[in-house]
Design a protein around this ligand. Structure first.
Ligand code: ZN
Length: 153
């Protein structure tokens, strides 16, 4: 069974998409429009409203990244953990709560949180709704970063 997720036919679509040598690009619109994206995982019979995964769109090879939006005072559909990937959540706007292993962490604009793969997590929004980015990357895979990987030309 494949658990790949695809953009739903009735989803908002990214614009100005380019996949060229050495670069991938797309306009996904204003963050307030994230709620109009719909992703589907057909084999898992799962539909995710207000969610946009970027790996396939931008041909990522080392991470997955998604934008998500939750209406005010809503609770995520499930708790989950990961096999190999740690996740970083970055709150763009609104407020909410991330529950990890039974402990609640308050979220607001600018909150950043990393969660180990085995941490059982569940996201809830507060009275302002919640717009966020989630980045998944394989735990302990980072070898170089910033000036240890960059080359100034
Ligand atoms: Zn996750």
């Amino acid at each position: 069974m494949s658990l790949e997720c695809i953009l739903s036919e009735n989803s908002k679509k990214p614009e100005n998409q380019v996949n060229a040598e050495n670069v991938s690009f797309a306009d996904i619109g204003e963050f307030t429009g994230i709620k109009d994206y719909v992703m589907e995982c057909p084999d898992a019979k799962l539909t995710m409203n207000a969610k946009l995964f970027l790996k396939d769109l931008l041909k990522f090879t080392g991470m997955e990244m998604s934008f998500g939006y939750m209406e005010p005072n809503s609770v995520g559909p499930f708790s989950h953990k990961h096999k190999l990937n740690e996740e970083v959540y970055l709150v763009l706007s609104g407020n909410g709560t991330m529950t990890v292993d039974g402990r609640d962490y308050s979220l607001k604009e600018g909150s950043v949180m990393r969660i180990d793969p085995q941490g059982v997590r569940k996201l809830s929004s507060g009275d302002k709704g919640l717009c966020y980015i989630c980045i998944q990357t394989k735990r302990n895979s980072l070898e170089g970063y910033t000036m240890t990987d960059g080359e100034i030309l």
